[in-house]
Design a protein around this ligand. Structure first.
Ligand code: NAP
Length: 205
């Protein structure tokens, strides 16, 4: 049993935390609003709350805040995230869904990596899965991208334990593609599918 930390206590944090708790891990919920962290922890088995800005208990830390707040979170944490594997689930998508709000040629994950301690490793994952679909349970495909193989192996083991199938798409620059894929899933939900009760499935072999 390992401890997995989540920064954020909103809809996606709740969906991911539910899977983590079912996967037999301890969830550490961290929010700048302690009461919101406690409220989410109360819904989970084996959950604790952490202090926002202090070193998280888990070796893996899931960043579950809006992309617009990510740089503030990274600044608030600074070296407290040293040595951590940071799972970036954010979708840096413009409000009008016209594209990504990241510098040209970059991705939200790469910008977050630039703001993280040198010995932390950012892995993009979970951004293409909707919270509602995750919360329903069932085995889903989960893409991930990152530059550090050991960090990706750790994240893949975590995803497997959450009944998700990890699908490694390559290095961290591929995070941009996953972020566009997140936008594509929203477009599909709002148009062709007509529901957010969808997930992408890859047919291998
Ligand atoms: N919802 C989905 O289906 C889904 C799917 C894939 C990826 N994502 C990504 O997951 C992330 C979270 O989405 P969500 O739907 O869970 O959003 P949400 O329900 O609005 O929750 C956001 C959480 O982030 C916290 N937060 C906001 N700004 C912050 C800041 N500047 N510093 C610290 N904490 C801050 C909020 O705290 P307060 O309550 O104190 O404001 C809240 O706990 C987003 O990046 C989103 O793109 C979402």
């Amino acid at each position: 049993m390992s401890t997995i930390s989540i920064i954020g206590a909103g809809g996606m944090a709740a969906a991911v935390a539910g899977r983590i708790a079912k996967g037999g891990h301890i969830v550490e919920v961290i929010s700048r609003d302690k009461a919101k962290a406690q409220a989410l922890a109360n819904q989970l088995v084996d959950a604790i709350t952490g202090v926002y800005g202090a070193a998280p208990a888990g070796d893996i830390v899931i960043l579950a805040v809006p992309y617009a707040g990510a740089s503030a979170v990274m600044a608030d944490y600074g070296n407290a995230l040293a040595g951590k594997v940071i799972i970036d689930i954010t979708n840096p998508i413009a409000r009008d869904l016209s594209g990504l709000v990241v510098p040209s040629g970059s991705s939200g994950a790469q910008e977050i990596a630039k703001a993280s301690p040198a010995d932390a490793h950012v892995v993009k994952a979970l951004n293409t899965l909707f919270g509602g679909k995750l919360a329903q349970g069932g085995r889903l495909d989960a893409f991930l991208a990152g530059d550090n193989e050991e960090a990706k192996a750790q994240v893949s083991r975590l995803l497997e334990s959450l009944d998700l199938r990890p699908l490694d798409v390559g290095g961290l620059p591929m995070a941009q593609t996953l972020e566009w894929l997140g936008l594509m899933m929203i477009g599909l939900a709002r148009n062709g599918a007509g529901t957010f009760d969808i997930a992408m499935k890859v047919d291998i072999g």
